[in-house]
Unconditional design. Structure first.
Length: 346
C-alpha cells in the first residue's frame, strides 16, 4: 500500500475568492496547497474590464499570507457589452488567462451574464483568433428545463452551436456534472473540462435523502450516481482533457442555512486529501498528479509548478468544520467518511 507520494504542486482551475474580509479569510485555505488558481470574476459588480481585473488582482496579492507562493490567474466576466479590444489587450499583456461565460441567472452573481449570444459574437471571434480560453458555466436557465437536465440541454442548444460557429475557440466546460459533459468534451478538439472535488464524492441522494443537506447544495447541482461514476472515471483516467477546478465557493452559514440558501461547497481547505482518498479508492493514485497538477497547465499552455506537494496516509485527518470570517462562519465541505490522507508542502 502506498503510504506517501509526491506530486508537482497542484493548481485550481476554478476558484471563488470573493472580496474584502471574505477574501482575506479564505485565501490562505487555497495558498496552503495550490500554486495558482483561475479566479472567478462574479463579484458585485463583476470584473468586466482589464482595469477592474488589475484592481482585483492587486487586492488578492495584498491579502496573501506572508511567504505564500501563489499566483492568481485573472479572468473577465463576459457580458453583452464586453469590449473585445479591451479583452484582447488584457490577454496579450498577460493580465488575464480566460474569459468566463455565465448564462444570465445561472448561478451566484450571474445576473450580468449573457442572454443573447449574438451580442458576444465579436468577443468570441477575437478569442478564437488569439487563443484566449472561454470558461463556460454549462447550464441553460430556461424555466421549463428541469434543473437536472440543464447541463445536457446547454450542450445541445448553446455550446455545440457556439463551437460550430466559432472554429478554433478554446473552451473549458466548467464543473461538469454529467456523463453527457464527459462524453461531449472527450469528443471535441480544443476543449477541456474542470471537475470539482465535491462532484466526485456526492450525488443528488446525498443532498436530499434523510433530510436536506444545505452544505451539499451547489450549482450545477449534483446528479445521479451514474453521472458521478462517469466523472470519477474521467478524472482518474489520466486523460488530459479533464483537470481539477474545485469551484470552492465560500458562503457564510447564515446565507447557506436560509429559506433560499446560496449554492456552493467550500472545499479549498481539504481538496487534496479528499482527492487522494478518491483516487486511492479507484486504484488510480498514479493519475492524481495529471489531474491536479499537469493537465490544467497543459491546456492553458503554461509550465507545471516547480514546487511539490507530498500526500501521506496516516491517522484520520481532522479537518476544521468551519473557517471563521468577520461576516460569519463558512462551513468546510464534509465528505461524510474518514479521510486518512494529509497534504504538506515539500
Amino acid at each position: 500500500m502506498t503510504e506517501s507520494f509526491t506530486i508537482r504542486r497542484p493548481d485550481d482551475w476554478h476558484l471563488h475568492l470573493r472580496d474584502g474580509s471574505m477574501l482575506n479569510a479564505v485565501l490562505p485555505e487555497t495558498t496552503r496547497d495550490f500554486g495558482r488558481a483561475i479566479i472567478m470574476p462574479n463579484l458585485v459588480p463583476p470584473v468586466v474590464t482589464g482595469a477592474q481585473a488589475v484592481q482585483y488582482r492587486d487586492r488578492i496579492l495584498a491579502a496573501l499570507p506572508e511567504g505564500a507562493d501563489f499566483k492568481p490567474l485573472m479572468t473577465l466576466y463576459l457580458t453583452e457589452d464586453s469590449d473585445p479590444a479591451d479583452m484582447r489587450a488584457a490577454f496579450e499583456s498577460g493580465l488575464i488567462s480566460a474569459v468566463k461565460l455565465y448564462p444570465a441567472g445561472a448561478t451566484t452573481n450571474s445576473a450580468s451574464g449573457v442572454a443573447n449570444f449574438d451580442k458576444v459574437r465579436p468577443c468570441l471571434e477575437m478569442m478564437a483568433e488569439t487563443g484566449l480560453p472561454l470558461c463556460v458555466h454549462g447550464e441553460v436557465t430556461d424555466a421549463e428545463i428541469d434543473i437536472f437536465d440543464r447541463e445536457a440541454v446547454f450542450i445541445d442548444r448553446v455550446l455545440d452551436p457556439i463551437r460550430k460557429a466559432t472554429p478554433g475557440l478554446r473552451v473549458v466546460m466548467e464543473h461538469i456534472t454529467t456523463k453527457d459533459g464527459v462524453d461531449y468534451v472527450g469528443s471535441q478538439d480544443d476543449m477541456g473540462a474542470t471537475i470539482t472535488t465535491h462532484h466526485l464524492i456526492i450525488n443528488r441522494n446525498h443532498i436530499l435523502v434523510g433530510g436536506i443537506k444545505p452544505h451539499y447544495y451547489c450549482l450545477p447541482v449534483a446528479k445521479r450516481e451514474s453521472h458521478r461514476l462517469a466523472l470519477r472515471a474521467a478524472a482518474t483516467s489520466g486523460n488530459g482533457k479533464y483537470f481539477l477546478g474545485t469551484d470552492s465557493a465560500p458562503h457564510t452559514d447564515a446565507n447557506k442555512l436560509s429559506a433560499c440558501g446560496c449554492a456552493g461547497c467550500f472545499t479549498a481547505t481539504n481538496t487534496m486529501p479528499l482527492l487522494a482518498h478518491v483516487f486511492e479508492e479507484d486504484n488510480a493514485l498514479n493519475q492524481l498528479e495529471k489531474f491536479a497538477s499537469l493537465n490544467g497547465p497543459a491546456f492553458y499552455r503554461m509550465a507545471p509548478n516547480e514546487a511539490t506537494l507530498t500526500l501521506t496516509k496516516g491517522d484520520v485527518n481532522s479537518f476544521p468544520t468551519h473557517i471563521e470570517t468577520p461576516d460569519g462562519p463558512v462551513t468546510v465541505f464534509d465528505p461524510g467518511f474518514p479521510v486518512h490522507w494529509h497534504a504538506s508542502a515539500s
